[in-house]
Design a protein around this ligand. Structure first.
Ligand SMILES: *Cc1c(COP(=O)(O)O)cnc(C)c1O
Length: 356
């Protein structure tokens, strides 16, 4: 707390990301990073852009990347927005669409950045409780609101809401902006991007951090009607005209071009998720059905907070949230087969230590 801060700054409650410690032999399963690394073609593309051109500003509209994304999703370039990580795209979304007379709605168990953005931009919100099994009931969202947002698959639960239920939710919400944060959609769901022609109030937000393994590059984008995208552009051009560097654009374009690598690595994560789920269940964990690159688990006889601390002693990081309803759960990123084997070995050791 500093005297130089305004009351506004003093009142903010910033988001705390999962830790990124620099320790040898650490197994990081706490921030949903991809074990396989970016496409080699993305790395080559970045190398090729490491030259004197870096003295020049990038194209403010990142048209090359927007064209690539538009053709990948068979949309028009006017229906694509790009930003410095999807967190930035989300920030502009909250700022641009959610400052309304009525509170916005999002689930009580959801991405914990949403309430942070609300505080930053002075947005009222109502957290709608998920069902006991952490599924989202679309009927709970059929009420007057200033906007709706949720991740699908949800974070940190991993549960997927099927596309027909998203369409139902949209049918009852024609007057406010509905945002689907699809950070994990490539690990097991169908994108709501296919609904954009039917709902001009639908915005779908994606990131290259998870399925495309470019978290360190900070690239995100949104797909929606040209009217919504123009709104986002107005915010962006009032904030930072050049959010994406030459290097970000090069990496992202090459990543979309390398379809094989993308599909192969996603499929590997998905099959590792099945094996990991079975191994965790064999150790007595309850594992929620996941369509993401992480699993959300609890154990009837072992407290999650303690398990997380014990795993840390073994050099394994997983994510524990001290939030009501989920304080006895761990969110564990699906790693490579080798990493998952190490996790299971450490967990068995920890569980048997506790039993002694
Ligand atoms: C990881 C994540 C993001 C943020 O992704 P970045 O593009 O790295 O900023 C957004 N939403 C959810 C639900 C996420 O899990």
């Amino acid at each position: 707390m500093s005297n130089y801060w305004s009351d506004f700054v003093a009142g903010l409650q910033p988001y705390t990301p999962g830790e990124q410690p620099q320790l040898d032999n650490l197994l990081k399963l706490n921030t949903n990073e991809n074990p396989y690394g970016p496409s080699p073609r993305a790395l080559e593309a970045v190398q090729a852009r490491l030259n004197d051109d870096l003295r020049l500003y990038p194209a403010p509209g990142s048209e090359r990347l927007k064209e690539t994304i538009a053709s990948y999703f068979k949309r028009d370039i006017s229906e694509v927005f790009v930003g410095n990580g999807s967190d930035e795209v989300l920030a502009h979304t909250f700022n641009g669409f959610f400052k309304q007379r009525l509170p916005i709605l999002f689930p009580d168990i959801s991405y914990s950045f949403y309430p942070v953005f609300c505080k930053l931009y002075g947005i009222d919100y109502t957290q709608v409780p998920l069902a006991d099994d952490f599924s989202l009931r679309t009927e709970d969202y059929q009420r007057a609101n200033g906007g709706i947002i949720f991740p699908n698959p949800n974070a940190p639960t991993g549960r997927l809401l099927p596309l027909d239920e998203i369409a139902q939710l949209l049918d009852g919400n024609r007057d406010s902006v509905v945002v689907i944060d699809e950070a994990y959609i490539d690990f097991g769901g169908d994108s709501a991007a296919s609904l954009i022609d039917d709902y001009d109030n639908l915005l779908v937000v994606h990131t290259l951090s998870k399925a495309r393994s470019l978290a360190g590059m900070r690239i995100g984008y949104a797909l929606g009607s040209a009217a919504l995208i123009e709104g986002l552009d107005r915010i962006k051009n009032s904030f930072n005209s050049y959010p994406l560097s030459h290097l970000q654009v090069a990496a992202a374009v090459a990543s979309f071009d390398d379809v094989d690598y993308f599909e192969t690595t996603c499929a590997r994560v998905v099959s590792a998720r099945t094996v990991l789920t079975e191994s965790l269940e064999a150790l007595g964990f309850n594992v929620l059905p996941s369509a993401a690159n992480f699993v959300f688990v609890s154990h009837a006889r072992h407290a999650a907070a303690q398990l997380s601390a014990q795993l840390r002693d073994h050099g394994v990081l997983v994510r524990h949230f001290k939030q009501p309803r989920i304080s006895n759960f761990l969110r564990i990123t699906v790693g490579s087969d080798e990493q998952n084997t190490r996790l299971i070995a450490c967990l068995s050791a920890v569980l048997s230590e506790a039993a002694d």
